[in-house]
Design a protein around this ligand. Structure first.
Ligand SMILES: NC(=O)c1ccc[n+]([C@@H]2O[C@H](COP(=O)([O-])OP(=O)(O)OC[C@H]3O[C@@H](n4cnc5c(N)ncnc54)[C@H](OP(=O)(O)O)[C@@H]3O)[C@@H](O)[C@H]2O)c1
Length: 249
């Protein structure tokens, strides 16, 4: 029997990186998995790569109405939700003097505002004993240059998660965050840097990690599975760093 047998799990940004690895693991553990994303082709490919029960919904994480529709479609299909993993996110890095209002809004819309209203829509349908998991980042605890807006979005998501642990207690819904350190995913190809700059930045990050390397999406997925499963039944409100120790040094 899988750890998530018959649980309904919605994973935003489930076509790539951590979201996809988590969707694969959840399905393997018996969950009915719904992934969302903004690119139909990528979603189709991801769904084909997942063994088990999986459906996909085209929904832009930054768009409140599309987030609502994703919840409504999930509920129409499965009745309720047990696990909501707010994973979709963007991480363009820029020094403060280059930051525009558009950059600020894109980041906050995708990483905070969209997830907030998706949670709001989902709460009435989350089963007692369900769990909301935010994918934050250790950047919320550190001061990496070029990440001012990104770090602020992740700190906001972490804060929201803490409040929900208290506010949703009547329904026994747990609310937790997973905070990745540097994880080897396609994200770094999307942050607006050249491949050389990404390589250099990557080497710099890896050097700072006590374990001396990037983590993998699969290592993150295993942690998200733990947090989503009954094994974490008394874990609530926390942000769990999965970063090889980087946030602690
Ligand atoms: N990798 C790291 O080192 C690291 C560290 C700390 C935190 N994180 C967090 O982990 C989460 C997952 O990132 P990842 O590393 O797995 O990167 P990734 O492979 O780029 O995955 C991000 C996912 O989010 C989706 N997404 C982004 N914007 C979206 C939007 N507006 N609507 C719908 N989907 C959207 C992406 O879709 P597309 O494929 O269309 O872009 C992709 O499926 C993010 O929240 C990120 O901030 C990552």
């Amino acid at each position: 029997m899988g750890k998530l047998e018959n649980k309904v799990a919605l994973i935003t940004g489930g076509n790539s990186g951590i979201g996809l690895a988590t969707a694969k693991l959840f399905a393997q553990e018996g969950a009915k998995v719904v992934i969302t994303g903004r690119r139909r082709e990528a979603l189709e490919q991801a769904a084909n790569a997942i063994s088990g029960e999986v459906t996909y919904i085209l929904a832009d994480a930054a768009n409140i109405e599309e987030g609502k529709l994703a919840i409504q479609k999930t509920v129409e299909t499965y009745g309720n939700i047990d696990i909501l993993f707010l994973n979709a996110g963007i991480a363009p890095f820029l020094p403060i003097l280059d930051i525009t209002e558009e950059h600020f809004d894109d980041l906050f819309d995708t990483n905070v505002k969209g997830p907030f209203f998706t949670i709001k829509e989902a709460v009435p349908y989350i089963n007692e004993g369900g769990v909301i998991i935010g994918n934050t980042s250790i950047v919320g605890q550190k001061g990496f240059p070029g990440t001012s807006v990104y770090s602020a979005t992740k700190a906001a998501l972490r804060s929201l998660s803490r409040v929900l642990a208290n506010e949703l207690k009547e329904k026994k819904i747990r609310s937790v965050s997973v905070a990745p350190g540097p994880i080897d995913t396609p994200l770094y190809g999307k942050i607006g840097l050249s491949e050389d700059e990404v390589q250099q930045m990557g080497a710099g990050f890896a050097q700072q990690v006590p374990l001396g390397r990037f983590g993998s999406s699969e290592e993150l997925a295993k942690t998200v599975l733990f947090l989503a499963s009954n094994e974490a039944s008394f874990i609530n409100g926390v942000e769990l760093e999965v970063d090889g120790g980087l946030s602690q040094v």
